[in-house]
Write a new protein. Structure first.
Length: 500
């Protein structure tokens, strides 16, 4: 194993910052299986210093004009778009996703930056003139203050871009804690923001693990927390931060189903299952991990999916492959273990990803696309969020049984239906208890001017990510009741109502 000497430091007050910690962790290139650099792991005191920098920058940024903030967002959008190829290379090197997936991630993040440019309209309050005689009532939206953002490894650019452009547009300052597994994108984004004219201290980045997370969740000067990650951690973040008086949006895990009815276009459904199941190596909370296939078309559908999987090339994302490695060796081994579980539970292993050939270094964290048919709903393969390139097929008798299975899941992130029956699609979208639904669309991630988030154990807190809800989360409403006396006023008025 190599021992890289390059250490990624925190980004605080507009520049790289070491802090007091001497603890570091390796950052791997998952396609090579070796560390490419190390990252500085913060102490609670380091997090406190970053929060203090954000708090010091808050008055000036909060009181800056809408025009100033809007100008920054315009500059940031242009620089991010101009330099996006460099960011894609970072994502591929540290996460492992292929360059095409990395480019798609950045494009979705750019959408949110572009949406944040609508902030002059979305930050407007309301006004009621003459609510009572000579009395006006109006509301304004003001920033929450210092906000903490805790982002996951699977989208190291997109998820931070879901949150900090909106938080900053609304006048807040930010402390971002990215995943320690692929942290470089966060620093890169902070540096681009500085180049775009963002004042020092408005966007800070601290690296670390649970110690850093807990320091943000409990810090008295942090007013809000945005989080994306697994459901157990999302619940922990929600409960801890809420108990410490913070508003919280904590987006958790998923087990997304895709129902294929007998009248569906099976070629379209098979393409969608492959794309949604194996894109980004299945390491995304909106991946389709379960295909609910009605019995009359199940054999045909499974055969079409398996046929398409033959042409997928798994390997180094810099070599034009279709799918890259998993994020760590430990995660690869955990995902591969579910294949043994499937066999033990009498499921049929149609395509075994462990037997794939890989276009990459033999030390990479490889697991090929995997297809499992006849998965029993009692199996952990069905119940657990595997977070890897494993597509399960559960056979159902029809529409009603499928909806029952979807609604019985503890998760409620996303689901999809493939059908040519408009009535069935409409009934489906009304009956399933999930937050995001696709009709002949496999990954129903909303565009930036709608909001992203699930139901049940997929979301803790009331606020979804980005969209109008994002601006509501990062602002607090203040209502003002105002009366200006007419210059001709005279005498005493104790404020009692008059019967006239």
């Amino acid at each position: 194993m190599t021992h890289p000497t390059d250490t990624l430091e925190h980004w605080v007050d507009g520049k790289p910052w070491t802090g007091e910690s001497t603890r570091t962790a390796p950052v791997f290139d998952p396609a090579l299986g070796v560390p490419r650099r190390t990252v500085r792991m913060s102490t609670a005191a380091d997090v406190d210093a970053a929060v203090k920098a954000a708090a010091a920058a808050l008055p000036g940024w909060r009181d800056s004009s809408i025009a100033t903030r809007h100008r920054f967002l315009l500059n940031f959008r242009e620089l991010l778009n101009a330099r996006k190829d460099a960011l894609a290379e970072i994502l591929t090197a540290e996460h492992g996703k292929v360059l095409a997936d990395a480019a798609g991630e950045i494009a979705r993040g750019l959408e949110v930056v572009e949406f944040a440019l609508s902030m002059p309209h979305l930050l407007k309050g309301e006004f009621s003139q003459n609510a009572s005689t000579g009395v006006d009532v109006y509301s304004v939206r003001e920033p929450v203050g210092v906000v903490g953002i805790i982002s996951p490894f699977n989208f190291p650019a997109m998820v931070p871009l879901w949150f900090f452009p909106i938080a900053i547009a609304a006048g807040n300052t930010v402390v971002l804690k990215p995943s320690e597994k692929d942290p470089s994108a966060a620093n890169w984004l902070a540096e681009v923001a500085a180049d775009a004219g963002l004042p020092a201290g408005v966007l800070n980045v601290v690296h670390g693990d649970k110690e850093a997370v807990d320091a943000l969740l409990t810090h008295p000067e942090v007013g809000a927390i945005s989080f994306v990650g697994s459901t157990p951690i999302a619940e922990y973040v929600y409960r801890t931060a809420s108990a410490n008086g913070k508003r919280v949006q904590a987006l958790g895990g998923a087990k997304n189903h895709m129902l294929v009815l007998p009248d569906a276009d099976l070629d379209l459904a098979a393409d969608a299952a492959v794309n949604a199941g194996f894109g980004s190596a299945g390491e995304r909370c909106m991946a389709v991990s379960v295909v609910l296939a009605t019995e009359s078309v199940a054999d045909d559908l499974v055969a079409r999916i398996a046929e398409r999987m033959k042409d997928l090339r798994t390997g180094d994302g810099r070599r034009g492959c279709d799918m890259g490695p998993l994020i760590t060796r430990e995660h690869r081994d955990k995902v591969a273990g579910y294949l043994d579980t499937a066999v033990a539970d009498a499921a049929k292993l149609v395509v075994d990803g462990r037997e794939s050939s890989f276009d990459g270094d033999p030390n990479g964290f490889w697991l090929g696309p995997t297809l499992i048919d006849r998965v029993p709903v009692s199996s952990a393969v069905y119940r657990d969020e595997i977070f890897g390139p494993v597509l399960s097929v559960v056979r159902v008798e029809g529409f009603e049984q499928a909806v029952e299975l979807i609604n019985a899941s503890p998760y409620g992130n996303g689901t999809a239906i493939f059908t040519n029956d408009g009535g069935a699609a409409r009934r489906f979208q009304r009956q399933v208890n999930v937050g995001m639904i696709g009709v002949n669309v496999p990954i129903p991630v909303p565009v930036a001017y709608h909001s992203f988030g699930g139901w049940k154990a997929s979301l803790f807190g009331d606020a979804k990510a980005y969209g109008p809800t994002g601006f509501a989360f990062f602002t607090q409403e203040k209502a003002i009741t105002s009366r200006w006396l007419d210059p001709s006023h005279g005498g005493i008025d104790l404020g009692f109502p008059r019967n006239s």
